[in-house]
Design a protein around this ligand. Structure first.
Ligand code: LLP
Length: 416
């Protein structure tokens, strides 16, 4: 459930008409709903119930400081994959003690930064990384808390680009090698083993792969315990999907219950969840203006002022994202359009073959664009990245200003 609804045929974000937001801040712009973010986060948190747990929101889904500050106020933890994401969490008021650090290529600088901030745990993806963390921790005179990301080799049944838990993927440590690598870690003086984690992919629409992965991890936890290595928390990653079109993912409650049920005989083994998309996707829309309507030989095109640089998911994954009229009271002919941007690429589209009742100058909104929208935006074609606005009831917060032309070459220099 989200808080983007039509009232009298006008799309509203909470209590504010989207057309008013566009008038005030221009287009294209991302609009987020605070209530939706909070509702989704609580859905996870409450579903776990009394089992000890931490919800570590995956910052990569949407790392805007305003968004992170909303989550920080809820007491959320954070899953980060770079020093940059850690810096954002700190800037937003997040607690570093609730941060888990994932990612296959952590640099020495990033590891040192995270150690100095006192993060909860490094989710380690290779033996080489273990050695690196041990070395940096030694230099800083610290003990680094580590978890090993185990690749459970389960098929997440999602798009191949966002499937991460198969043997063919670059992520994690193979299940068969996990025990040996834990033993290596146990022998390193500057590491403290605290956890085990996995993340099998994104936009999953079934519960089964999650449960399969958990079962495989639990077998390893028991095996390690027999060797005297105790796992203090289990991190099941993120990956719960959302409905973009007609997908029917389990709701957070059903998904979380399936996991928690498996933990009934382990009430003292805390769980960590790393949801990104399930919290943010439906908490945001991308608002854009129709610049031109153009009739091609075979297709009609709606040329809008947002493009693949603002929202790359359709171009990159052929992702289907819903496109709607912001004002449905306007009397317009209904036609089928490819909704495309001004970027000089044939792949620059937001949606294909969409029936829309629009005219030049009208506003459209791409729904479910709150996750992996702005965070994947670029300046391709020297386009300024859009503004981001967070709606809170009837209040608007400009949480990121639209980039200005001068921002485009910030840090660049002419040569004499
Ligand atoms: N934890 C780890 C270690 C991850 O790699 C990810 C996402 C998450 C958590 C959060 O997954 P989520 O709950 O959001 O599915 N750009 C793609 C999605 C890439 C996901 C990468 N990892 C997209 O737009 O569909």
């Amino acid at each position: 459930m989200d808080f983007f609804q039509y009232k009298h045929q006008q799309l509203f974000a909470e209590q504010v008409a989207v057309s008013d937001i566009a008038r005030q801040y221009g287009t294209p712009c991302y609009v987020y709903s605070r209530s939706t973010i909070e509702r989704h986060w609580h859905a996870f948190d409450q579903a776990v119930g009394s089992h000890p747990h931490l919800i570590c929101y995956a910052v990569k889904a949407n790392s805007n400081i305003g968004v992170l500050s909303v989550l920080a106020k809820l007491g959320s933890g954070f899953d980060i994959v770079s020093g940059g994401e850690l810096a954002r969490v700190l800037e937003a008021g997040g607690d570093p003690g609730k941060v888990v650090f994932s990612g296959v290529g952590k640099t020495e600088g990033e590891i040192a930064f995270a150690l100095e901030q006192g993060i909860k745990c490094f989710n380690v993806e290779s033996p080489s990384e273990l050695h690196r963390i041990n070395k940096v921790a030694g230099e800083l005179g610290r003990q680094a808390p580590v978890s090993l990301r185990v690749n459970p080799d389960v098929d997440a049944k999602t798009h191949p680009y966002i499937s991460t838990g198969l043997k063919a993927n670059k992520f994690g440590i193979e299940r068969e090698q996990a025990i040996a690598v834990y033993r290596q870690a146990a022998a390193m003086p500057n590491l403290k083993i605290v956890g085990m984690d996995c993340h099998i992919g994104s936009q999953l629409t079934q519960t089964e792969p999650f449960v399969d992965a958990l079962d495989r991890l639990l077998e390893l936890v028991d095996e390690l315990s027999g060797l005297g290595i105790e796992i203090e928390h289990l991190d099941v990653g993120g990956g719960l999907g959302v409905t973009y079109k007609n997908e029917t993912p389990p709701d957070p409650d059903t998904y979380v219950q399936a996991i928690v049920q498996r933990m009934q005989d382990r009430p003292n083994l805390p769980l960590i969840f790393e949801p990104g998309r399930a919290i943010m996707a439906n908490a945001g829309i991308l608002v854009s203006k129709v610049e031109f309507l153009k009739q091609g030989a075979e297709k009609n095109f709606a040329l809008v002022d947002a493009a693949m640089n603002d929202l790359i998911r359709p171009a990159l994954y052929s992702a289907w994202m819903d496109i709607v009229e912001v004002d449905r009271s306007l009397v317009r002919d209904r036609h089928e359009y490819d909704v495309v941007g001004p970027v000089c690429e044939t792949g620059d589209f937001l949606g294909k073959d969409r029936e829309l009742a629009i005219a030049e100058g009208d506003l459209i909104a791409v729904r479910s664009a709150g996750a992996y929208g702005f965070t994947m935006a670029s300046n391709y074609n020297s386009r300024c990245r859009p503004a981001e606005i967070l709606v809170d009831g009837d209040k608007l917060h400009l949480v990121r200003e639209r980039e200005k032309l001068k921002d485009l070459w910030k840090g660049e220099h002419k040569v004499p």
